[in-house]
Design a binder for this molecule. Structure first.
Ligand code: CP
Length: 322
């Protein structure tokens, strides 16, 4: 593994999952791997779980981590080639990224989409420019269209649940269910979850959302897609709840009907499904209190697994890039 930007950066999801679970069982097994190595974590946008889990993962591997909130504390970066920088941007990524490449051994970056121009967001210019100019491995901490560390975590969590002694599910039914939200949110988590579950290939995967909330087929191809949430939830083993804004008429809110929020009544349609969400979650908008506080919610377990996903990825990069 050189970079970690999408599922395409691993050729064996299960091996990465097993590596993560081995670190969960023995966090300091590779304590010497990252000695005298440094990871720079650049945040153009806010974060709690990604920031903390990546730092803990690096520390478990003996690495030093440095956080730079470049979005709020750094110079405004320019990403367009040949830009005439007479506006608000102060420093070109072409000048900044090589410096990060000298300061750090691995560069990790969070860059959200603007949700204003789909073509721009889906070009992934920001993270591609860091890869082009930093000259060191780059890890996505969530980019314009994908959130691979979250999706790896989600498969770790599903695998962990399926491995429990009392579980006998051969091929789980996994449902990605759209939920309402008060703000237009990126499609990253839903895109990425779809991409990883499809690539994993070990589940019957169903996506349910209101009309006009189609995601890019680049990520969803292979999944069953329905606007009928009740039908989708029937016999589900895992329900992944997430809001996203519209893809075609980009970045809009068309639907806010609370009937899309998961409740215990809807849970009764499932096969006693485990409920997942990447967090942060708007309680009683996206997910009801009764679900989040109930026995089927595995959101805390899921968030705690972010450490092991990050540790597995950093370990792979350290081993492959000496
Ligand atoms: N799930 C997730 O990425 O959380 P943060 O935005 O808090 O990092």
């Amino acid at each position: 593994m050189k970079h970690f930007i999408s599922v395409d950066d691993t050729n064996n999801i299960d091996a990465l999952v097993q590596k993560a679970l081995a670190y969960k069982a023995n966090p300091f097994a590779d304590k010497a791997l990252g000695i005298n190595k440094r990871i720079g974590c650049l945040f153009l946008n806010p974060s709690m779980r990604t920031r903390l889990s990546t730092q803990i993962a690096a520390q478990n591997l003996g690495m030093e981590s440095i956080i730079f909130n470049v979005g709020s504390e750094g110079w405004a970066l320019e990403f367009e080639e040949e830009a005439i920088m007479s506006g608000t941007t102060v420093e070109h990524v072409k000048d900044a990224a090589p410096i990060f490449g000298k300061y750090f051994d691995i560069l990790a970056i969070r860059t959200f989409p603007s949700l204003k121009n789909r073509e721009d967001d889906y070009s992934e210019l920001y993270i591609k420019q860091f890869i082009k100019y930093a000259g060191i491995p780059v890890v996505s901490l969530e980019s314009s269209t994908l959130h691979p560390l979250q999706s790896l975590t989600d498969i770790i969590t599903i695998s962990e649940e399926l491995g429990k002694a009392n579980i006998t599910i051969q091929r789980p039914k996994i449902v990605l269910s759209w939920a309402p939200h008060v703000k237009p949110l990126p499609q990253c988590v839903a895109n990425s979850f779809s991409q990883w579950i499809n690539a994993w290939g070990k589940a019957d995967f169903v996506i349910t959302h209101p009309e006009d909330y189609e995601l890019s087929e680049v990520f969803t191809k292979g999944a069953t897609i329905t606007h009928n949430q009740d039908e989708a939830l029937k016999d589900a083993d895992f329900v992944y709840v997430k809001n996203w804004s519209t893809f075609n008429d980009y970045g809009k809110i068309y639907e806010s009907d609370p009937k899309w929020m998961l409740t215990n009544k809807k849970l009764a349609l499932t096969n006693n499904a485990k409920i997942m969400h990447c967090l942060p979650v708007r309680r009683n908008v996206e997910l009801s209190d009764e679900i989040l506080d109930g026995p089927n919610s595995i959101v805390t377990q899921e968030a705690s697994n972010r450490v092991w996903a990050a540790q597995a990825v950093l370990s792979e990069i350290l081993k492959n890039n000496g």
